[in-house]
Ligand binder design. Structure first.
Ligand code: PMP
Length: 464
């Protein structure tokens, strides 16, 4: 079959996730046929550097035979069994043990799910159940952040803070509130939304203001009504938003002052993205619950879960009775076997430490240099996640959103052989953690090329 045959079938039958169905039908999809290392190949024979590790998940890169072998072996041995009715199987218990070894010391238990969204649904039900068991059934509110992403299930959308998602398919899950996000470039430096408690010009003061907004929300709702605060260590889908250094210490202080559980969504930051096994380790957080997914299996098979800290786990176990919650694919044996092998490889190859000590700092230096480009208002990165904020060179301010400059840059990037994602006019990378320095150089040059091409389109009266 040729590209156009796949595109015809795609147009006729496939409703894609997060897609304007009509416009995709008009344009046609790019068909990805195979991949190896950090490169994907499309059906027209193009080889493209995957600067997004699929969807922030292919941490070990593509084509790892060890993962294929682990899946094959487990398929032969036991392709499926559940763990609902007092049963378990070797891969799931071994994976639980391994995860707990890697997690902070106060975390000793895991609940498995099929995805990150299901993990966040599970976290929501767990925190409310925890407080009910503690005799505090009124503690139901969960505080999240504007522009957070926690998934696409009804609870995931409700916990998330994406306004366009909230606007569709409601009503949402009740008793979830959102506070401002620690997005310095947008709300601090550019001053968007400055009406919110007057953002100062200094990132650290701004970070503390954002933490203060959590405290204000706790007090407005009533401490005795608030169950938990949920957040990604670095917001991913919102725009690779790295909070100011002051933010997390101040948030920790607020949460410690009141009796409120901390849920740290590690779906993107977990498994090495920030140069530690978990984003919580990088920021020295002590979460009660950590939803995980994506990098857990390097995306080779769908698996997620919630790492559960002792305070919650012990209450659920000692006082809980049956927890009426679980999925057919909770702890799926083949997914668990692949995840286990993935963790083993991340460890034996020293991938996480290399991100922290070598690749992260190397990328940071090269990425920051892109700030010299006239289109770039800020270049930021941490570990192997990064963002470029595109601005109008004439004013240093954002372009009018309707011009779709981010989308243009993304398309030019793709055409130039690099996958970089756009969130509005913020360009994002999150490459596989096995990327080499040479491949980082290639990524940077291709990103620079896409910026040049974007600028050329803006300034060329014929092209524009
Ligand atoms: N949480 C975060 C932080 C995510 O980035 C995502 C997915 N991008 C999810 C949850 C949802 O995960 P899934 O798509 O596997 O349901």
């Amino acid at each position: 079959m040729h590209t156009r045959d796949y595109q015809a079938l795609d147009r006729a039958h496939y409703l894609h996730p997060f897609t304007d169905f009509k416009s995709l039908g008009e344009e046609g999809s790019r068909i990805i046929e195979r991949a190896e290392g950090v490169y994907i190949h499309d059906s027209d024979g193009n080889r493209i550097l995957d600067g997004m590790a699929g969807l922030w998940c292919v941490n070990l890169g593509y084509g790892r035979e060890e993962l294929v072998a682990a899946a094959t072996e487990q398929m032969h041995q036991l392709p499926y069994y559940n763990s609902f009715f007092k049963t378990a199987h070797p891969p799931v218990v071994r994976l639980a043990e391994q995860l707990v070894k890697l997690a902070p010391a106060h975390i000793n238990r895991v609940f498995f799910t099929g995805s990150g969204s299901e993990a966040n649904d599970t976290a929501l039900r767990m925190v409310r159940r925890y407080w009910a068991l503690k005799g505090r059934p009124d503690k139901q509110w969960v505080i999240s952040r504007e522009n957070a992403y926690h998934g696409s299930t009804v609870a995931g959308v409700s916990l998330g803070g994406m306004a366009p998602m909230h606007a569709q398919g409601g009503p949402l899950v009740p008793k979830i509130a959102h506070v401002r996000q620690p997005y310095w470039f947008k709300e601090g430096r550019l001053g968007e939304g400055r009406s919110q408690e007057g953002s100062p010009q200094d990132p650290d003061a701004f970070g503390r203001d954002c933490a203060a907004a959590i405290e204000a929300k706790i007090l407005a709702l009533g401490e005795d009504q608030v169950a938990a605060f949920i957040a990604e260590p670095v917001q991913g889908a919102g725009g690779a938003i790295i909070p100011p250094e002051s933010y997390w210490p101040a948030v920790k202080e607020v949460l410690e002052k009141y009796e409120i559980l901390l849920v740290v969504d590690e779906v993107i930051c977990g498994f090495g993205r920030l140069g530690e096994w978990f984003g919580s380790v990088h920021y020295d957080l002590k979460p009660d619950l950590m939803p995980i997914a994506k990098g857990l299996s390097s995306g080779y098979l769908p698996i997620g879960g919630v790492l559960v800290g002792d305070r919650v786990a012990e209450t659920l176990i000692e006082e809980g009775g049956e927890f009426f919650h679980g999925f057919t694919y909770s702890g799926h044996p083949v997914c668990a076997a692949v995840a286990l092998k993935n963790l083993e490889l991340l460890q034996s190859e020293g991938v996480v430490a290399r991100v922290r000590d070598d690749l992260g700092p190397y990328l940071a230096g090269r990425w920051k240099a892109l700030e010299a480009h006239p289109l770039v208002g800020e270049a930021r990165s941490l570990g192997l996640i990064g963002a470029l904020e595109l601005v109008d060179p004439a004013s240093g301010e954002r372009f009018d959103a309707s011009r779709g400059i981010g989308t243009l840059c993304r398309d030019l990037c793709f055409a130039g052989g690099l996958v970089m994602r756009s969130v509005g006019d913020t360009m994002i990378i999150s490459p596989p953690l096995v990327i080499t320095r040479d491949e980082i150089d290639e990524l940077i040059e291709k990103a620079r090329g896409a910026l040049d091409d974007t600028l050329a389109r803006l300034t060329d009266p014929i092209l524009h």
